[in-house]
Design a protein around this ligand. Structure first.
Ligand code: NAD
Length: 257
């Protein structure tokens, strides 16, 4: 029986790369995301890897939509062994200009969304005495950058959530970990380049070199596949069975200094 993984935000970027890594291992996949062509993206991956899947366009800002997604997935597959809380959004502005709705949405998707998704899959994992929860935090879950108050707060919060659930899940065979990438060149990064150009009065190249890769000791973006394979390692390897409650940097040396 293949295991089932639910990955939020899996129709783009890191989540999509993770979906492909799990698909290559034969997992059933619950895809989720707000991309207009999300259903097509999910169908393509399922076809390429010959796996069973389900796509939900649930907006993580709506807890009832999250519960419906989890319920439908449980009805279809019987169990969800792995949950990857990956969906995220970003907004870059100084505090005094930070729009309140952006604050609420960022905390809502990254932190409260992960709370509701995990809560929906948790009873099944406990009953099965097996579960793997991987939260996409960020180097910004460990250190801050100016003008990202909501994102840095949400990611720090997500690491706190990770540690708390590692303790609650331990007696039930559930591990809960966070991964903390540096800059990965995905649409979320592409979208923030114009904001950064405006905020810092810089060209595109200057934003990439002087802001994004500035803190990477290795001066390169992190490949999305590298994050995906690390997620798979935490979810699927025997070696990771006693790794829980960690916030693992994949950050080209950013948080080493
Ligand atoms: P992305 O923009 O390519 O993907 C984000 C995904 O989240 C998309 O599928 C989007 O539809 C989904 N999403 C956003 N809001 C949603 C909502 N309300 N409901 C449901 N889905 C929603 O970005 P990415 O770079 O792949 O980011 C994935 C995760 O990795 C995010 O949590 C991000 O913060 C984190 N991260 C990214 C980087 C990076 O450099 N790209 C670095 C560290 C951490």
């Amino acid at each position: 029986m293949p295991k089932t993984v639910l990955i939020t935000g899996s129709t783009s970027g890191i989540g999509l790369a993770a979906a492909k890594s799990f698909a290559a291992k034969g997992y059933n996949i619950v895809f989720n995301g707000l991309e207009e062509n999300g259903a097509d993206i999910a169908a393509q991956v399922a076809k390429e890897f010959d796996i069973d899947y389900f796509f939900s366009p649930a907006n993580l800002l709506h807890p009832e939509a999250i519960r419906e997604m989890a319920d439908e997935a449980l009805t279809k597959f019987g169990s969800i062994e792995v949950a990857v809380n990956n969906a995220g959004i970003q907004y870059v502005a100084p505090l005094e200009d930070f729009p309140d709705d952006k604050w609420n949405d960022i905390i809502g998707v990254i932190l409260t969304g992960a709370y509701h998704v995990t809560k929906a899959v948790w009873p099944g994992m406990k009953a099965k005495k097996f579960g793997r929860v991987i939260n996409l935090a960020s180097a910004h879950g460990l250190v801050a950058s100016a003008y990202k108050s909501a994102y840095v707060s949400a990611k720090h919060g997500l690491i706190g959530f990770t540690k708390t659930l590692a303790l609650e899940g331990a007696a039930f065979g559930i591990t809960v970990n966070a991964v903390c990438p540096g800059y990965v060149h995905t649409p979320i990064i592409e979208r923030q380049i114009p904001d950064q150009m405006k905020t810092h009065q810089m060209t595109r190249e200057e934003v990439i070199d002087k802001i994004m890769l500035k803190e990477h000791a290795i001066k390169a973006f992190i490949p999305a596949d590298a994050v995906a394979e690390t997620i798979l390692f935490l979810a699927d390897s025997a070696a990771a069975a006693t790794i829980t409650g960690v916030a693992l940097p994949i950050d080209a040396g950013w948080t080493a200094h």
